[in-house]
Write a protein that binds this ligand. Sequence first.
Ligand SMILES: [Zn+2]
Length: 147
Amino acid sequence: MKLQLYWPGDEREKVSDNFTAGEFFPKRHKYGPVFIDAILIDELQRLRKIIKKSIKITSGYRPAKYNKRIGGSSKSKHMLGMGADIWANMPMADLASAAYKAGFRRIGISKGFIHVDVFTGEAYWEYYKRYGRKKMRMIEKPKRWKV
Ligand SMILES: [Zn+2]
């Protein structure tokens, strides 16, 4: 794990061909530095090349306090700088397939985004709502994943 460190003010700094540091900052940043795992950046850039569409990072690095405030999981890999929620203009299942192709082995699928992270191991899950509460359940690799 190799973390890159960015400070408020570094938002415009390029972290790869298609991503800037600012895209990984929490929405209302006031907590200090932002950490981004170099492997996360590599795999996101590889994914960008595969789908040939821009990727919107809807949530990148989250300081623990911020993660708690927005109701993130207490084990969220966003707090380690290893996770991102992303969106591209395509079906989320296709984006997930492409993410697998790009090297991601921890992928969560939701209706409006997918979560990817570069923590150890392999896991696939989907987010769903039950009685208005956000939940997740593990899934197999869907058949349509062309891998
Ligand atoms: Zn996430």
